[in-house]
Design a protein around this ligand. Structure first.
Ligand code: HMG
Length: 400
């Protein structure tokens, strides 16, 4: 049977080298019909990138025979060459922007239900200042619960927590004294910005200061055996600072990797990216020496481009994608930003091109329906409701 990912890798490697984006003059890129968010002024002329992009997409679909497009929800090894890791961010990114505080029991139920779906990474909360993000104030209780009563799951699951500073790290470290005793988080994420404006809004400091604060956090976390993931926000454009130069993303990504992050997730926080701008960014990162296997894509779906942007990430060799069940979410400091790409839609897409996630699409769709109902939100997944609507009426819903 034809292997999709082999050909994506195999054929894209020469493409990357062969295609030179030489027309980089900002003046040559501006036309009256293209808004800045579609083609940021830092970005090169469209035609060369277009041919490269179309070749990548053709690789992804043309060479993937229909026989390989089977749902793959069986438990599979992360070492499988077609494996794509999904980082479920619903309980954190998905809920952090909810105005009404979601009860702790609902958050824990969400994490427990997600744990049964085959997901291997579920971001469970964040140790940030409660006056800034009150919705995440109960994250210590969530960690304590997960450590005391690990959710039953058919596969090993990691539950990372966001940490902005040393005070946040204290909550993630093992506690020997009550209340409450716990043995610590196994993974944290630090979150930087590629734009000064968002850094000031989100972290209350500029990018340089944020790194001064991250340095001791990463050092202490690693000393305590805690893995550290990095985020870069506003990788395409920022509502406060305008378009983000790809080189700035490269610089921030490299800093995060150099300081000890094992993986960096690229946040299109406001979902303004499109296949063109994402492709240019991917090329800048890869050509800039960032190993693609250390990258993850974290795309919000504000403009409905998240799935196609994930396809561009996949075609460039990315094998880690962040998503949120039912497309929950938004960012408290990015006005108008809506949720991440829905996990259900991402899993459907990945399976359709022959990649393996280990995620049971039907089960995760049930969780999406349940949480949307539980918090009174519209389900932003397209696939979940469509799939569940096709089920025979005798099926039992997940909410029972
Ligand atoms: C970074 C700070 C803390 C600076 O906030 P600050 O106000 O500059 O900090 P401070 O050191 O001056 O402290 C102010 C108060 O906060 C407390 N405090 C201070 N730190 C903590 C902590 N860790 N945990 C609990 N409490 C804390 C501290 O104790 C003090 O309490 P007070 O004396 O007033 O009672 C603040 O700006 C903050 O919490 N920011 C987080 C904002 C946030 O969570 N944003 C959303 C997540 S990022 C995101 O969604 C993007 C992402 C990752 O998904 C990727 C993408 O899509 O782009």
């Amino acid at each position: 049977m034809f292997c999709a990912s082999k050909h994506i890798f195999g054929r894209l490697a020469p493409l990357r080298g062969a295609t030179t984006l030489s027309s980089t003059s900002p003046t040559s890129t501006s036309t009256s019909s293209t808004s800045t968010s579609l083609r940021p002024s830092f970005f090169p002329s469209r035609s060369l990138t277009q041919s490269r992009l179309f070749a990548s997409v053709k690789d992804l679909y043309y060479y993937n025979s229909p026989s390989s497009r089977k749902p793959s929800s069986a438990i599979i090894s992360p070492d499988d060459k077609d494996f794509v890791k999904i980082v479920e961010v619903g309980p954190r990114d998905g809920l952090q922007n909810e105005k009404t505080i979601v009860p702790l029991d609902t958050k824990i139920s969400l994490i427990e239900k997600l744990s049964t779906t085959g997901l291997r990474v579920i971001e469970a909360g964040s140790f940030v200042a409660p006056k800034w993000v009150p919705q995440m104030a109960d994250s210590t209780s969530i960690l304590t619960h997960l450590l005391r009563s690990p959710p039953p799951s058919p596969q090993p699951v990691t539950y990372p927590f966001l940490v902005p500073n040393l005070k946040g790290l204290e909550s993630a470290l093992p506690h020997k004294t009550p209340p409450p005793p716990h043995s610590g988080a196994s993974e944290i994420s630090i979150f930087a910005s590629a734009s000064e404006g968002f850094s000031l809004k989100n972290l209350n400091c500029d990018i340089t200061t944020s790194f001064t604060r991250f340095t001791p956090v990463v050092k202490k976390a690693l000393e305590n055996g805690i893995k550290v993931r990095g985020y870069v926000s506003m990788v395409i454009s920022c509502p406060y600072s305008g378009d983000t130069p790809p080189q700035k993303v490269v610089e921030v990504t490299k800093k995060l990797l150099d300081m000890g992050c094992y993986e960096v997730s690229l946040g299109d926080t406001t979902g303004v990216g499109n296949p063109y701008s994402i492709d240019v960014l991917m090329k800048a990162l890869i050509d800039g020496g960032v190993p693609v296997e250390k990258l993850a894509c974290h795309f919000h779906d504000t403009y409905g481009q998240a799935i196609v942007n994930c396809m561009v990430g996949l075609a460039n060799g990315v094998r880690v994608f962040d998503s949120s069940v039912a497309g929950l979410g938004g960012c408290p400091y990015a006005k108008g930003a809506t949720g991440n790409v829905a996990t259900e839609d991402l899993v459907y897409f990945l399976h359709s091109v022959g990649m393996k996630t280990g995620v049971d699409l039907e089960k995760v769709s049930e969780v999406g329906a349940w949480i949307s109902d539980a918090i009174g939100r519209k389900n932003n997944s397209k696939v979940g409701p469509a799939l569940l609507a096709k089920r025979p009426e005798t099926s039992t819903p997940a909410s029972s």
